[in-house]
Every structure is written in structure tokens, then in C-alpha cells.
Design a binder for this molecule. Structure first.
Ligand SMILES: Cc1cc2nc3c(=O)[nH]c(=O)nc-3n(C[C@H](O)[C@H](O)[C@H](O)COP(=O)(O)OP(=O)(O)OC[C@H]3O[C@@H](n4cnc5c(N)ncnc54)[C@H](O)[C@@H]3O)c2cc1C
Length: 345
């Protein structure tokens, strides 16, 4: 069963060009108060009283008794532009929590996190949760963010790193990052060599990856090449299909073309077959003048051309029991967009 909650917008604020943080508060006592850091929710808003499409967003916040939630959104498309323009008090529907991009609490091995762009969001929840518990396991964050004006969450991450030597992070921000007087920020770009060196130094640990498809595929492969077992590599894709999922042998489009072609061929064969069957008795009738063609008055008949006997055919309309009609499952954006935890292959 999917849990659905009614929320309203509390605040919506830009934290860098193109990234907004939206805070949501429940409208009643029924709120999402329990979830694991790294999980996500499916949200929709209302336009003229009608719900918008549903989109998934990782939770930035940690679970709290008030049920307040925080989401980080890269704006640009229709949904995110509209959502981040909602005013305080505007209603939002929240479903969830979903996903297994979560760290086992009882596992003492270090956690290494690779974030690409807005892929930082599930890690913020994980880091906040670990910070509240005094970083029970060492955590390391490698954060690639193409800096224009600001690095989202930089001050917060810097404060955690200053408080605990169990948490370390580095931002690879590109040339514009030189504006920050912060030793954790590099104006280099993240590169496979950096990840390879890190993986060589940290041999036992859990490696979490979240970011765009190219990022996941490049660094998933880099980690594997560096000798990290695929079981230790955990990914979250913000796309509908996780790059770590098994390679499809056929793409969706060729598959759709092939199915359409098969349907056309089968349809043509069926129509030809039916025409042939209809034609044959008529042909047999015209060439067999002695056949008894009269039918009993109370039933429709067909001619059995082999025995020349009339065969009664029921005139009743065929009935289809309702249970035999399979009802297609209702459209569910959240399941469409669910990206299960998967290992990079
Ligand atoms: C598990 C998960 C967690 C996510 N967490 C975050 C997050 O924390 N922050 C964030 O900014 N984004 C996150 N996303 C991505 C987010 O759900 C949407 O992709 C994004 O909001 C698209 O909104 P838009 O306004 O840019 O595009 P829209 O204008 O809404 O959509 C543009 C087009 O892209 C298609 N589309 C939209 N989303 C997806 C998708 N996920 N996969 C494939 N096609 C899609 C639509 O069908 C449409 O055709 C997450 C996605 C997933 C699956």
C-alpha cells in the first residue's frame, strides 16, 4: 500500500542558480514521520484544483516528529519550475517513502559518497542523520558540481567537517569554484583518476553513487576497475531506468516497431483465414446442388460440407464474464519512476 499525505508549501528558496530547496509542512496530524536517509517521495501539486503529474524527489531532511520535509530541486523543466514557484500555503500531495538507497545502520565500514550535481540530495539526508548521531562510521563525500554562483549546502558541509574528523568532503566545482576561499572546494573537475585513487586508499567500504547517467556509468566502472566489488557499489538513478540495471538486448523503440509489425502480419493472416473459411462453404454450396440447404426454423444453421448435414449454430450473443477482462493497473507515475537500489554491472 502506498502512503499518501497532504502537505502545504512552507518555504521555497533558491540555494544556487538553478537549485531550490522547498520545505513542506503537513496539513494534518497524518504526516510522513518515518523514513530512512536516502529515500525519496513522489510529489504533485495542484493546478486549478487538479493534480499535476507526479515526480520523484529524494528527501534532504531527516525524519522528524513534526513530519516536515525538505526537497532539493534542480529547476528547468515544467514540473520543477512550477513547483518551486508555489507560494507558502499551496497544497502538495506526497506519496512515499520509496527506495533502498540507504546505508545499513549496523555496518561499521566507511561510507564513500559520490554526488553528481543535484545527485547530492540523498547524501544530505544521510550526512545530516550521521551528524546527529556523531558520525558513528567514517563518511567521505566527493561532490561534483558545475559552479556558477554557489555550491548548494557548502556551508552546512563545511560546518560538519569542522565539527568531526570522521566526516570529510571535497567539491570539484570547475574554474568558477576558485571564488570560494574554502579548502574543501577545488576548481578542478572531477575525473576518473581522482575516484580511482580514492578507491585504492579505501579498500573496504560502501560506495554510494548518485548523479546523471554518464556520471554513474563512468564512476561505477572506475570503481570496479579499481577492484571494488559490485556488491559494495550502491547506486540511485534520477532517471526512470537505472544505469546499473542489466543491459537490455532490445531498445523500446525497435521492440515497439517489431510488435506492431507482428500484429499487422497476424491480423492480415487472421482476416485472410476467416475470408477463406467463409468462402469455402459458399463455394461448396454452389458446386453441390443436391445438398439439403433448408434449416430448421428455430435455429440458424451452417452446412457441414463433409456430411451434407445441417449443424445448428447458437445465435446467442457471446458473453464475457467481468472476471475474464483483465483490468490494467492504474497509471502510477511513482512506480514508473521508481529506481531501485542496484549494483553497477
Ligand atoms: C528516485 C528519484 C529521485 C529523484 N530525486 C531528485 C531530487 O532530489 N532532485 C531533483 O531535482 N530531481 C530528482 N529526481 C528527478 C525528478 O524526478 C525529475 O526528473 C525532474 O524533476 C524532472 O522535472 P522537470 O521539471 O525538469 O521536467 P518535466 O518538465 O517535468 O519533464 C520533462 C520530460 O522529462 C520526462 N521525465 C521527467 N522526469 C523523468 C525521470 N525521472 N526519468 C525519465 N524521464 C523523466 C517527462 O516525462 C517529460 O517528458 C529524482 C528522480 C528519481 C527517479
Amino acid at each position: 500500500m502506498i502512503n499518501r499525505y497532504s502537505y502545504k508549501v512552507k518555504t521555497s528558496m533558491a540555494v544556487s542558480r538553478g537549485v531550490n530547496v522547498v520545505r513542506l509542512a503537513p496539513t494534518s496530524g497524518n504526516a510522513l514521520t518515518a523514513f530512512e536517509p536516502g529515500q525519496y517521495v513522489a510529489v504533485s501539486y495542484y493546478r486549478s484544483g487538479r493534480p499535476s503529474p507526479v515526480r520523484c524527489f529524494s528527501l534532504l531532511s531527516v525524519a522528524n516528529a513534526r513530519g516536515e520535509l525538505e526537497l532539493g530541486m534542480r529547476t528547468g523543466g515544467l514540473f520543477t519550475t512550477a513547483f518551486t514557484k508555489l507560494a507558502p500555503g499551496d497544497m502538495v500531495s506526497v506519496q512515499g517513502p520509496f527506495g533502498s538507497f540507504t546505508a545499513e545502520r549496523n555496518d561499521p565500514s566507511p561510507i564513500v559518497m559520490f554526488a553528481g550535481g543535484i545527485g547530492i540530495t540523498p547524501f544530505i539526508s544521510m550526512i545530516r542523520s550521521a551528524a546527529a548521531a556523531g558520525f558513528p562510521t567514517p563518511m567521505r563525500l566527493i561532490y561534483s558540481f558545475n559552479v556558477i554562483d554557489a555550491v548548494p549546502f557548502l556551508d552546512e558541509l563545511t560546518a560538519y567537517a569542522a565539527d568531526s574528523d570522521k566526516f570529510r568532503f571535497r567539491v570539484y566545482g570547475g574554474p568558477a569554484a576558485s571564488q570560494f576561499a574554502n579548502s574543501n572546494v577545488s576548481s578542478e573537475r572531477m575525473a576518473p583518476l581522482i575516484v580511482q585513487q580514492l578507491a585504492t586508499n579505501i579498500t573496504s567500504g560502501r560506495f554510494f553513487l548518485c548523479g546523471p547517467a554518464g556520471f554513474m556509468s563512468t564512476y561505477g566502472k572506475t570503481l570496479r576497475k579499481a577492484g571494488i566489488s559490485s556488491d559494495a557499489i550502491i547506486t540511485e538513478s534520477f532517471m526512470a531506468i537505472a544505469p546499473g540495471s542489466p543491459k537490455k538486448r532490445f531498445g523500446m523503440l525497435p521492440m515497439a516497431y517489431a510488435l506492431t509489425a507482428m500484429a499487422i502480419v497476424l491480423g492480415t493472416l487472421t482476416i485472410s483465414g476467416v475470408d477463406l473459411v467463409r468462402y469455402l462453404p459458399a463455394h461448396a454450396e454452389s458446386s453441390a446442388p443436391s445438398a439439403p440447404l433448408s434449416a430448421p426454423s428455430d435455429s440458424t444453421s451452417a452446412v457441414d460440407t463433409t456430411s451434407n448435414e445441417t449443424v445448428p449454430v447458437s445465435t446467442a450473443t457471446p458473453t464475457v464474464s467481468s472476471s475474464s477482462i483483465s483490468s490494467s493497473s492504474s497509471s502510477n507515475y511513482s512506480s514508473y519512476y521508481q529506481a531501485p537500489r542496484s549494483s553497477v554491472s
